[in-house]
Design a protein around this ligand. Structure first.
Ligand code: MG
Length: 270
């Protein structure tokens, strides 16, 4: 069953969304050659706890899996998702995907970005750009009376148009009091199929695009997911709410929301 949020729940989803977005933007600024993902993890956990929230990923153990040990998932290069933080410094030319979630006042916000480390190849820049475009296109489908299949259909079409493999083994999801609620939101599929989207739903939309094959493998740590062919992968995620007017991105910082409103005001006055 998909849980529709009350107005009061929605305020809490906004609050946690803004908080996790602040963490994400802080980490984005920190990424540079020489920094380790363990340092990023420490900063993320510190920020989450200082704001009175709980790092949702720590201890997360679905279906008898080993408990996830970190506040963020840090997945470099050929790693797709669920990577462990390490002391290994990031190197110029790497890409690093940072996925993070926290729970504030009983509600979860979940977001991910892929960040270039130093100067990266045009091939990797394109991969990151198209992944973000897929996220935006998917979000644009999130309005009342559309269907969950509409989201996957536009994401898959855009990714494949650019020659990328769209990961099928991991999906977006409903979100609220739990990080993973119904429905599953695949990044592929057919328009007009699956559950109807209604106002009050909250979704985490999170396309994962591979330069090569969409096939995945899990490393011996039980968590880290890599591409089957060892080629790079990128990931982007927002938590969004469906309002009667359409999608509202919850995982934006105050500053990002203000910039967006200024942009809209400028368009309106032109
Ligand atoms: Mg997620």
């Amino acid at each position: 069953m998909i849980i529709a949020k009350s107005q009061k729940d929605m305020e809490k989803m906004r609050a946690v969304g803004e908080l996790i977005a602040e963490v994400r933007e802080t980490l984005r600024e920190m990424v540079a050659p020489g920094i380790s993902t363990l340092e990023l993890n420490v900063e993320a956990e510190k920020m989450m706890r200082a704001a009175g929230s709980i790092p949702t990923f720590i201890g997360y153990a679905p279906h008898g899996m080993v408990a996830f040990p970190y506040a963020i998932c840090a997945s470099a290069n050929e790693q797709i998702v669920h990577g462990f933080s390490t002391e290994t410094p990031l190197m110029d030319g790497d890409i690093i995907s940072l996925d993070m979630a926290c729970t504030l006042d009983g509600f979860v916000g979940d977001t991910a970005i892929t960040v270039p480390v130093g100067s990266v190849s045009d091939e990797l820049k394109d991969l990151i750009r198209v992944t973000e475009e897929c996220l935006q296109l998917g979000i644009a489908q999130c309005r009342p009376n559309k269907r969950v299949g509409d989201i996957g259909a536009v994401i898959q079409e855009h990714a494949e148009k650019h020659g990328y493999g769209i990961v099928r083994d991991y999906t977006g999801h409903g979100i609220g009091r739990k990080m993973h609620e119904a429905p599953q939101i695949p990044n592929y599929g057919r328009a007009g199929t699956r559950e109807k989207i209604r106002a009050g739903y909250c979704f985490a939309i999170e396309p994962m695009l591979n330069i090569g094959t969409p096939e995945t493998k899990v490393l011996g740590d039980g968590w880290t997911v890599i591409t089957a062919d060892g080629k790079p992968s990128a990931h982007a995620e927002h938590t969004i709410a469906i309002t009667p007017e359409g999608p509202e991105i919850l995982t934006l910082t105050k500053g990002q929301k203000q910039a967006l409103m200024a942009e809209i005001a400028e368009i309106a006055s032109a």
